[in-house]
Design a protein around this ligand. Structure first.
Ligand SMILES: Nc1nc2c(ncn2[C@@H]2O[C@H](COP(=O)(O)OP(=O)(O)OP(=O)(O)O)[C@@H](O)[C@H]2O)c(=O)[nH]1
Ligand SMILES: [Mg+2]
Length: 266
């Protein structure tokens, strides 16, 4: 006798088989605040790039991004998780929570990515491949072959100038320090003292790269082309720039920020 067909749930559109990955390879952490116009289109594009699962960290976005992310996670439960936080707690703390989740879950490769299509999901495989020869990979607008598209001149100047300034003050041999499209080997993240990270805005990117450098981790840059956000509003402002200008001096002058706590000393 033939087994009866399993009932199907018409609300759940089963993903194509090649989109299902069972082992925990790569996790792409996407922090969101009011990204409802981008996220539903972005996530399937990320899943289609290879062994990349997604963790959305949403800060109770008033535009309902968290609920949309929840719907997507219901559709691809093995590949999408959503961390919903009660309010806008900042980009840095969203990533730190995401890193902790990635380490606890057992992912071997962990990536940061914006939700607004500024970071092209098609670059993920190149970033992942670079982690075969490095501990940390930075998607770089200022490496040969990289660039920005549709960005006003003032944003280009702030970004490029900010990277140069932070690199000079901190003695970091990196071209793009302010970008947020980057990846880590698990062992690199595990070495960082996540509790010690002090910046929460965009300076978070500078601080994490600096701490990786101080740990002696191998950092490489892979060229990316950065696009202006597709939908929604920018959260960039003078406060964020001021935080970054100040932070580099705090990092340079504060001894506890200069040297990572050694795991055996804790
Ligand atoms: N969870 C969370 N995500 C945030 C917060 N602030 C920004 N984000 C997200 O972080 C990513 C980067 O922020 P953006 O506003 O795109 O920053 P940007 O790329 O410098 O500026 P624009 O693209 O011009 O808006 C986006 O996915 C945002 O939705 C926050 O406080 N909490
Ligand atoms: Mg953006």
């Amino acid at each position: 006798m033939q087994a009866p067909a399993l009932p199907t749930n018409p609300r759940i559109d089963r993903p194509a088989r090649h989109l299902e990955y069972r082992h925990l390879d790569s996790l792409v952490i996407i922090p969101t605040y009011n990204e409802a116009g981008n996220l539903p289109e972005l996530i399937p594009r990320v899943l289609a790039q290879g062994p990349f699962d997604v963790l959305v960290v949403d800060d109770n976005s008033p535009d309902g991004t968290g609920a949309l992310a929840g719907d997507l996670a219901e559709r691809w439960p093995s590949r999408i998780k959503v961390l919903r936080r009660p309010g806008k707690l900042g980009l840095g703390s969203a990533y730190v929570e995401g890193f902790r989740h990635a380490l606890e879950a057992g992912y071997t490769h962990v990536f940061e990515m914006d939700a607004d299509f500024s970071h092209d999901p098609a670059s993920l495989p190149a970033l992942r491949a670079a982690l075969d020869r490095a501990d940390v990979v930075l998607g770089s607008r200022y490496a040969p072959g990289g660039g920005t598209r549709h960005w006003p001149l003032w944003r280009q100047a702030v970004s490029r100038g900010g990277s140069r300034y932070a690199g000079l003050v901190l003695g970091l041999p990196v071209r793009d320090l302010t970008g947020g499209f980057k990846g880590f080997r698990r062992r690199a993240l595990a070495q960082l003292d996540l509790d010690a990270i002090r910046s929460n805005g965009y300076s978070f990117q500078i601080e994490v790269t600096y701490r990786c450098h101080r740990q002696g981790l191998r950092i490489v840059e892979v060229p990316i082309v950065f696009e202006e956000r597709r939908a929604g509003q920018s959260k960039m402002g003078w406060r964020i720039i001021a935080e970054a200008l100040l932070l580099v001096w705090v990092l340079r002058l504060h001894p506890s920020a200069r040297k990572e706590a050694q795991p055996w000393a804790r």
